[in-house]
Write a protein that binds this ligand. Structure first.
Ligand code: IMP
Ligand code: MG
Length: 177
């Protein structure tokens, strides 16, 4: 697996330090309240696990299965909600976590959907934000790292379902694609 990595973009200890700071920011913005956290699967599970354990708040953690990439390196342009039922968010303050903000379609679709379900407020956090023109207008409230417009793997992010368990963010060798 490691042999398929072209270069390490963000090392594990760098991610960990950044998560400490992100958790402080979020804690400050949600003083003392119960937060409904919605983790977008599968990509955000590693990021969410590490971030949320740094957040000393009463959390109700939910997961939402969404798909936009369908396995390759290009966004399909469609966002599919794969769950039969959405978490109950009416009147609640919600924090949505995703791995990466790319075209913006996923985050925009989820925020719109939760707002439609009556959430009082929907905030968003992503580990990575790609520096590119978004297909839809959306930015995250909390961003771990801004990266260039290139395909990355690791720390939850996959290529065809693989590499999610790499403990850092890296790029994939061309021969592995
Ligand atoms: P968006 O809807 O285009 O913003 O894409 C969001 C989703 O696409 C993310 O949650 C990832 O699953 C996937 N994605 C976007 N860029 C990358 C990448 O560089 N590596 C792996 N997955 C990515
Ligand atoms: Mg993916």
């Amino acid at each position: 697996m490691e042999a398929d990595v072209e270069r390490v973009l963000i090392a594990e200890d760098v991610i960990e330090k950044r998560l400490d700071a992100m958790a402080r920011e979020i804690r400050h913005d949600f003083p003392g309240e119960v937060i409904v956290v919605i983790v977008l699967l599968k990509g955000a599970f590693v990021f969410a696990a590490d971030l949320l354990r740094r957040l000393p708040r009463m959390l109700e953690i939910e997961c939402l299965n969404v798909a936009s990439y369908h396995g390759g390196t290009e966004s399909s342009g469609e966002v599919d909600f794969l769950d039969r039922k959405l978490p109950e968010v009416r009147g609640r303050r919600v924090l949505v976590l995703d791995d990466i903000l790319d075209t913006g379609r996923t985050l925009a679709a989820v925020v719109e959907r939760l707002a439609g379900e009556g959430a009082a407020e929907v905030r968003t956090g992503v580990l990575l934000a790609k520096d590119r023109v978004r297909a839809v207008e959306v930015e995250a409230d909390y961003v771990g790292f801004e990266i260039g417009d290139e395909f990355v793997i690791g720390y939850g992010l996959d290529y065809q379902g693989r590499y999610r368990n790499l403990p850092y963010i890296g790029t994939l060798r061309r021969e592995a694609m």
